[in-house]
Design a protein around this ligand. Structure first.
Ligand code: PSV
Ligand code: MN
Length: 386
C-alpha cells in the first residue's frame, strides 16, 4: 500500500464512540436550556446517534450511562441500536446521584452504602452481558472535602475491594476502564485523582483493567500526551473520554479549545500503536448552548482531523532529526504535519465510503432537526441527571 493509502485505511477504520448523555439537555448549575427535538428516551438518543454515524461513517457505538439510560429490556435496546447500524459502547456506572452517596460510594465509611454501590456496578455488568458492551467505565465521585474527614488510606482499601469484586465478575471479553479526576465533586482529595492511582489499582487487578484518560480531568498545564505515551507503553490505556476545557472539566467539544493538544495526544497514540480497537475513543461532552447533533458531528470530525495530522507525521524524518539532536528540525517535522490542511483528505475518505465529504452540510440538508422538533412533542426530554 502507498503511504497515502495506509493513512486513508487507518482513518477509515477509526471508530469514535458518542455518549448518550450528549444528546440530552444539559447545562451548568445556573441553567439547563431545553431545546426542541431533544430525545425523550434512550431509544431516541440512539436514533440521534445513528444520524451522527450516518453522516460521518465514524461513530458506530454509543456509550450508555446507568441509571440515565435505564430501560426494561436491554437486549431490545441493543437490538434497536443494531437496527440502526450501531453497537452499545461503554456502560458508564453512576454512583453519584443518590442521597446515600453523600460521603462516597464504594469508598463510603458505611458497609451498607458500599454494598449498594457494588450492587449497582454488578448490575452494570449484567447490562453489558445483555447488550454486548465490552467496557465498564468506572468514575467515582468519591473523595473528601476536609482534611481528617475520613481515612484516605482506608478509602483506598475499600476501593480496591470493590474493584476486585467487579473484576471477578467480568467475562473473558469484558474490560474495566478506571477513570481518574483531579477534583470535583470532592475538593480536598478525590479517591482516584490521577492516572498513577488508577494505574496502581489496574495493575493489581489484572490485564482486563485499564485506565481511561478524560482530557478534562487534569490540572492546567498537565502534559496529557506524556500520560498517554506511558499508559500505552505499559499496555494499560483503555481509552479516552474526549472533550475540551479552558478552565476545568468544561466538557466542551473536543478539539475546540486546544486542537494542538489533541494532535499531540493523537500523535502519541499513533506512535505507540494505539490506533486499534484496544483503545476506545469516546467522547464525554455536554452541549449546553449549541445544537447537539451538529456539535457531536463536529467533535467526531475534530478527532478525525487530529488523527489524520498525527498519521501524516514523517516518522523517519522525525527520528533522524531526533537522533542527530536537531531540535528545530524535529519540532518542524511535527509542526509540518500539524499545519497540514487534512480536510480534503478526510472528504476523500468519506466519499470513498459513499458519504458526503461534508457531514455537517449533509446533516443540515437531511431535515432531521426539523422532523424531530415536530415529532418529539410531549413526554419528558432527557436531561443531565434524568
Ligand atoms: C465525570 O466528570 C465524568 O467525566 C465521568 O466520565 C462521568 O461518567 C461523566 O463525566 C458524566 O458526564
Ligand atoms: Mn469522563
Amino acid at each position: 500500500m502507498t503511504e497515502h493509502a495506509t493513512v486513508k485505511a487507518a482513518l477509515t477504520s477509526q471508530a469514535i464512540e458518542t455518549p448518550s448523555w450528549a444528546y440530552g439537555n444539559s447545562g451548568t448549575r445556573f441553567k439547563v436550556f431545553a431545546r426542541p427535538g431533544v430525545p425523550r428516551t434512550p431509544q431516541e438518543k440512539l436514533d440521534d446517534a445513528a444520524k451522527v454515524h450516518e453522516f460521518t461513517g465514524a461513530a458506530p457505538a454509543v456509550a450508555l450511562h446507568i441509571p440515565w439510560d435505564t430501560v426494561d429490556d436491554y437486549q431490545a435496546l441493543a437490538e434497536h441500536a443494531r437496527d440502526r447500524g450501531l453497537a452499545i459502547g461503554a456502560i458508564n456506572a453512576n454512583t453519584f446521584q443518590d442521597d446515600a452517596y453523600r460521603l462516597g460510594s464504594v469508598c463510603h465509611p458505611e458497609a451498607a452504602v458500599r454494598r449498594k454501590a457494588l450492587d449497582h456496578l454488578m448490575a452494570c455488568v449484567d447490562i453489558m452481558d445483555a447488550t454486548g458492551s465490552r467496557d465498564l467505565k468506572l468514575w467515582f465521585a468519591d473523595g473528601t472535602n476536609y482534611p481528617g474527614q475520613d481515612d484516605i488510606r482506608e478509602r483506598q482499601d475499600r476501593l480496591a475491594e470493590a474493584l476486585a469484586a467487579v473484576y471477578e465478575r467480568l467475562g473473558d471479553d469484558q474490560r474495566m476502564l478506571v477513570e481518574y479526576k483531579l477534583f470535583e465533586p470532592a475538593f480536598y482529595a478525590t479517591d482516584v485523582p490521577d492516572w498513577g492511582t488508577a494505574y496502581a489499582h489496574c495493575l493489581k487487578l489484572g490485564p482486563k483493567a485499564r485506565v481511561v484518560v478524560d482530557t478534562g480531568h487534569h490540572a492546567p498545564g498537565t502534559n496529557i500526551e506524556f500520560i498517554v505515551a506511558t499508559l500505552l507503553r505499559e499496555g494499560r490505556l483503555g481509552g479516552f473520554d474526549f472533550n475540551s476545557r479552558f478552565y476545568a472539566d468544561d466538557d466542551l467539544m473536543v478539539g475546540a479549545a486546544d486542537p494542538f493538544q489533541l494532535f499531540r495526544i493523537m500523535y502519541e497514540v499513533v506512535r505507540g500503536g494505539g490506533l486499534t480497537a484496544d483503545v476506545a475513543f469516546m467522547l464525554d461532552q455536554c452541549h449546553n448552548i449549541e445544537e447537539k447533533i451538529p456539535a457531536i458531528i463536529r467533535s467526531v470530525m475534530n478527532v478525525q482531523e487530529a488523527t489524520a495530522k498525527a498519521l501524516l507525521v514523517d516518522r523517519a524524518a522525525l527520528a533522524d532529526a531526533q537522533r542527530t539532536g536537531d531540535v528545530l528540525e524535529a519540532n518542524g517535522v511535527l509542526m509540518d504535519a500539524y499545519n497540514t490542511d487534512v480536510r480534503p483528505l478526510l472528504a476523500e475518505v468519506r466519499e470513498e465510503q459513499g458519504l458526503d465529504g461534508d457531514p455537517m452540510a449533509a446533516y443540515r440538508r437531511s431535515g432531521w432537526a426539523t422532523k424531530t422538533a415536530e415529532e418529539r412533542i410531549g413526554g419528558q426530554q432527557a436531561g443531565w441527571g434524568a
